[in-house]
Write a protein that binds this ligand. Structure first.
Ligand code: R5P
Length: 262
């Protein structure tokens, strides 16, 4: 791995623990003003001290994040369809590598839809981005989005994750499923899990804990943090699980008394 790539990777996956808590707030690129992110700045500013990276779009970065912020950025560079489109996540490149460099990012993120009828389009655009990012030593996070018709199981997640890694991704983001050890074992690059829809806090912490135990290097979590009754307490709890190996119960016990728990 060349120096620039290795340096950027170390900004995403923290060398001290070999783990990462990526805060995903890129939902607006296909969901618009998602609950909790209507005013992204208000939600995200208090979370930044506890996040290892911030994953978002260039528009969110420019409009809601101060340029003097001290946090590595993972830029969402795929898009093209919204939740109003029946072919959700039929994505291509929506931000160039030059733009990523201009924004001084640590990495870029791109969704592929393995197994759906749109897989070829998404995979070809993904590999175009891989080629460009490789030129400048920028890691690519492959987001293995799940098509509506796909079964969310370890077999599918292994297949999608391995394909993403074989095509050149430096990090794979996928969903936690039973048998996650198989997904990690068959993928040669680090894996992080997305949080998915909002769960009760303890359940989300249990999921993060199970993923780490199975070999994931961390989370790239959004709604389960910023839609929590107490987002700061939640990101601190997620950090305890990911970086300190805390049990979900112990991490959850740190929630301030009287704060809303869901
Ligand atoms: C989806 O592709 C987006 O990249 C989200 O950032 C991702 O799903 C993680 O967010 P959440 O934890 O809310 O699922």
């Amino acid at each position: 791995m060349d120096w620039g790539m290795a340096n950027r990777m170390s900004k995403i996956i923290k060398p001290k623990t070999g783990k990462t808590v990526m805060l995903a707030v890129d939902h607006g690129y296909f969901m618009g003003p998602t609950t909790g992110l209507e005013n992204l700045k208000k939600t995200v500013d208090p979370l930044i001290p506890y996040a290892d990276t911030l994953m978002l779009t260039r528009g969110a970065l420019r409009n809601y994040v101060s340029p003097d912020v001290d946090i590595p950025i993972v830029l969402r560079v795929s898009g093209g369809t919204s939740i109003l489109n029946k072919n959700l996540l039929h994505e291509g490149i929506v931000a160039s590598i030059e733009e990523a460099i201009r924004l001084n990012v640590a990495g870029v993120a791109f969704s592929i839809l393995v197994g759906s009828e749109m897989e070829r389009d998404t995979i070809l655009a993904f590999t175009e981005m891989i080629d460009e990012a490789q030129l400048y030593g920028i890691p690519v996070v492959a987001v293995t989005a799940v098509g509506k018709e796909m079964v969310r199981d370890a077999r599918y997640m292994s297949l999608a994750s391995r394909i993403a890694a074989e095509l050149g991704a430096q990090i794979v983001k996928t969903y936690y499923v039973d048998g996650f050890e198989q997904v990690v074992r068959t993928c040669p690059v680090p894996i992080v899990i997305a949080g998915g829809k909002k769960l009760p806090e303890l359940d989300a912490l249990k999921m993060a804990h199970a993923a780490i135990k199975a070999g994931a290097v961390g989370v790239d979590m959004g709604r389960n943090i910023f839609q929590s009754g107490d987002p700061v307490a939640m990101i601190k709890a997620v950090r305890a699980v990911v970086h300190e190996g805390a049990s979900p119960k112990d991490a959850f016990a740190q929630f301030p008394k009287g704060k809303k728990r869901r």
